[in-house]
Design a protein around this ligand. Structure first.
Ligand SMILES: *Cc1c(COP(=O)(O)O)cnc(C)c1O
Length: 425
């Protein structure tokens, strides 16, 4: 399988190059030259296959000969080595809980797959690789966890001071070993521009072998297909309508790819908060990026979703085909909180703010279906506890985390200081 850049169909690379580069040099996103269609036998056999076997079958055509079959099987085993259950909230709606991985968010799946691919590829070069990652909360810890104690790889995480939750900060700053956390006196955008600048700095690049671990990497995107198959595998008679909490649209775009490949999903609901450029696109056919608006479902505060262009490619730029596959709704913070409260009171199920947006959006379209629960409610306990008036039970991993001490290096947002730090490593 070859990948082209969404800015240039003639610029082709293999899976390894696409993963190592992250983004094409012309600024486009990598996209597979064809969708790997799945045969009906595989779909029918889903209930009898293990999650790791399903992952292997789904990803194999996209990896091609870049990873040996044995190594790919091991990577798949590791990637989905935790529960991904479909839980009935009530008789009509079920939640696919994607938050049982080490950092309690769905990003663990894509990040574990990508980090194992990167370490596989880096085995062939003897230079130590440094992964730079800017995070607004969930991505950094998922990526860092995937690389923890991987020989030959160092991870440097940049996060904005005072702008991640307490638990998120502990997840970023307590790993130790080959993981370093830099607490930047600035915003997420400042962190991201420091990383971007380092990637274009020849002096740094001759000193360190830098790799990016951003969300548009094909290894993250393609592996996020896996759990849509696990939803269908566990689903009994419920209509296969999937409501996906969406920000950068990587998650839903992976689901759409699985649908185009043959997975029987009837409809996608792109569940958004106040950031609603995609909904507006579906309404009038024009895509107008906006400044992000801050909400309580902050992992979806994105005003210019980077995977929009991939969705357009998937449907050959046919507006009508996109409209046939996806509907979208915008849910306010007030409705998000009311949904958390209502679902808890009626059914005793605790939603996190992102899952609550998905639940409320599903209700606008259909009384029944499946929502994706993308984070554990404990990660947003302040919001959730004020809505349900009771404490969120704490998973054991968080109890352990609370005993650890934060270890981060505080840096100003100036590029010179950051560069000086990297040149000393
Ligand atoms: C990142 C994230 C999302 C948004 O996913 P996209 O792929 O960017 O659309 C939703 N929920 C949570 C908890 C997240 O961390």
């Amino acid at each position: 399988m070859q990948y082209f850049s969404t800015n240039n169909r003639n610029h082709l690379v293999d899976f390894e190059m696409a993963v190592l580069q992250g983004q094409a040099e012309d600024g486009g996103l990598y996209f597979p030259e064809k969708v790997a269609k799945l045969d009906a036998g595989f779909i029918n056999a889903l209930p009898h296959l293990s999650n790791a076997e399903i992952a292997y079958q789904v990803i194999k055509p996209y990896v091609g000969s870049c990873i040996t079959p044995d190594a790919l099987a091991a990577i798949c085993n590791y990637t989905v080595d935790f529960e991904i259950p479909l839980i009935n909230i009530n008789a009509d709606v079920a939640a696919l809980e994607l938050y049982h991985g080490p950092t309690l968010a769905f990003k663990d799946i894509g990040a574990r797959f990508m980090s194992s691919c990167l370490s596989y590829f880096s085995k062939n070069n003897d230079k130590k690789t440094t992964v730079l990652v800017a995070t607004s909360g969930d991505t950094g810890s998922a990526v860092a966890n995937g690389f923890l104690n991987v020989p030959g790889v160092d991870v440097v995480i940049l996060y904005p001071k005072n702008k991640v939750s307490y638990i998120q900060e502990l997840q970023l700053t307590t790993l130790g070993h080959n993981i370093t956390a830099l607490e930047i006196e600035g915003t997420f955008d400042d962190c991201q521009s420091l990383v971007k600048q380092a990637f274009t700095d020849a002096e740094i690049k001759s000193h360190l072998a830098l790799t990016s671990a951003n969300s548009i990497n094909v290894a993250r995107w393609l592996s996020q297909q896996f759990y849509y198959f696990y939803a269908i595998k566990q689903n009994q008679n419920r209509p296969a309508i999937m409501s996906v909490p969406s920000g950068n649209f990587g998650n839903i775009c992976a689901g759409l790819l699985a649908k185009v490949a043959g997975l029987p999903i009837t409809k996608f609901v792109a569940a958004c908060n106040a950031n609603q450029v995609f909904m507006q696109y579906l309404e009038n056919g024009t895509y107008k990026p906006q400044q992000a608006i801050a909400t309580i479902s902050n992992a979806m505060d994105v005003g210019n979703p980077s995977n929009f262009v991939r969705i357009m490619h998937l449907f050959n730029n046919h507006y009508n085909l996109v409209k046939e596959a996806v509907v979208s709704y915008s849910i306010s913070d007030a409705e998000t909180k009311a949904t958390i409260k209502d679902v808890y009171q009626k059914y005793g199920y605790i939603l996190d703010p992102h899952g609550a947006v998905a639940y409320a959006a599903l209700q606008r379209y259909s009384p029944t279906g499946i929502i994706l629960e993308t984070a554990h409610p404990i990660k947003f306990n302040t919001t959730v506890e004020s809505a349900i008036n009771t404490q969120v039970p704490m998973p054991a991993s968080v109890t352990n985390l609370l005993r650890l001490k934060k270890d981060a290096l505080l840096l100003p947002k100036t590029y010179e200081t950051f560069k000086h730090y990297l040149m000393q490593r």
